[in-house]
Design a protein around this ligand. Structure first.
Ligand code: PMP
Length: 345
């Protein structure tokens, strides 16, 4: 029996998200933090395994809402922010518009749900091409525009004026995905929520040392939260993740210090990479750096051979690899490896 003949056509032509486990000594491929919160695991001992988790993740949302100066009714919990992207597209449908290159899940989920997607290339500075995006917003009338800022994989924030212009002209929702916001100098778009009802913000705990928990959250007007909540599966955030996240978020100083350590390392790494001949790194406001080399597949393989795993982005951005900023020790191993390989090529 040919199973593929049974599959919906949009799924049959879909390529699964690449999240392969590759064994390596230094893992710099998935934008994870090198700093975890293992002490927070103590919190799971109080969990009663026979009971369902809090369906509303009340404690966790209360802490996050307080930190943002918002009411918890403006937050919606997800099993990772991936799930919230799924929920948003399920709720509002397409067309779904986003600039490229960007985070691949916007396109994968739109296609999986059989929704039309429109991809508009970024400009030469990796910023939003406002003319083309405006035209697409007017012509295609997207229900959802996804803007990852800082953008994965380019690392830059988009110009705030350009984002706002799209929010202003769009008759649909504009989702600013702030997965990497903690590593950027800017405040992000939360302060603007009160002015724009069609603005939606996505955040996640994955990049700040809690990727194992799978917790993301959406911040938006209550009317949006109410609709998206209808498609959220019951108990989507498990009790273990809720308890550990609540505990970890109490450790505010540790969280801040970990983020600071990463941004300082990023700021050290960038000029050090610039000094390597044949390597062109791009400025970043995230916890990773995109860099161009002459033969990305070869450099990727040679780094892996030295035990260092980075992400091959060359299919999306010509000639480019992406490295996650890690501890000083791991970053030095990466720098030394890259320097040696650059000389050999
Ligand atoms: N948005 C962006 C821009 C990302 O890079 C990622 C992670 N790769 C996510 C969302 C998803 O994060 P998570 O599902 O772990 O919250």
């Amino acid at each position: 029996m040919d199973i593929r003949s049974l599959v919906k056509k949009e799924i049959a032509s879909l390529k699964a998200y690449q999240a392969k486990e590759v064994s390596c000594r230094v893992k710099l491929d998935a934008n994870e933090s090198p700093y975890g919160f293992e002490e927070a695991l103590m919190a799971v001992r109080q969990i009663r395994t026979n009971r369902y988790p809090d369906p509303e993740a009340k404690k966790l949302k209360a802490i996050l809402a307080k930190g943002l100066g918002l009411s918890p009714e403006k937050l919606l919990q997800g099993n990772g922010s991936d799930e919230l992207i799924y929920n948003l597209i399920t709720t509002f449908g397409g067309p779904v518009l986003y600039p490229v290159p960007t985070f691949s899940m916007y396109g994968i989920i739109a296609q999986a749900l059989g929704e039309e997607k429109r991809e508009i290339p970024l400009d030469r500075e990796f910023d939003i091409d406002l003319g083309k995006m405006e035209t697409a917003v007017i012509k295609n009338k997207p229900k959802l525009v996804f803007l990852s800022s800082p953008n994965n994989p380019t690392g830059n924030c988009f110009s705030s004026e350009r984002i706002l212009r799209l929010v202003e002209i769009s008759k649909g929702l504009v989702v600013v995905d702030e997965a990497y916001q903690p590593f950027s100098d800017g405040k992000g778009f939360v302060p603007l929520l009160k002015d724009y009802k069609n603005l939606v913000i996505l955040r996640t705990l994955s990049k700040v040392g809690l990727a194992a928990l799978r917790f993301g959250y959406l911040i938006a007007h209550e009317d949006i939260i109410r609709e998206v909540n209808k498609v959220r599966l019951p108990f989507n955030v498990n009790a273990l993740s809720q308890a550990v996240a609540v505990e970890a978020l109490k450790k505010k100083t540790m969280l801040k210090e970990a983020i600071l350590a990463i941004t300082e390392e990023r700021n050290r790494l960038l000029p050090a990479m610039e000094r390597i001949r044949g390597v062109e790194p791009f400025p970043s406001e995230a916890n990773f750096i995109l860099f161009r080399v002459k033969d990305p597949k070869k450099v990727h393989a040679m780094l892996l051979n030295a035990g260092i795993l980075v992400r091959d982005i060359s299919d999306a951005v010509a000639g480019c690899l992406r490295v996650t900023v890690s501890t000083p020790k791991d970053n030095d191993l990466f720098l030394r490896g890259l320097g040696r390989i650059a000389k050999e090529l």
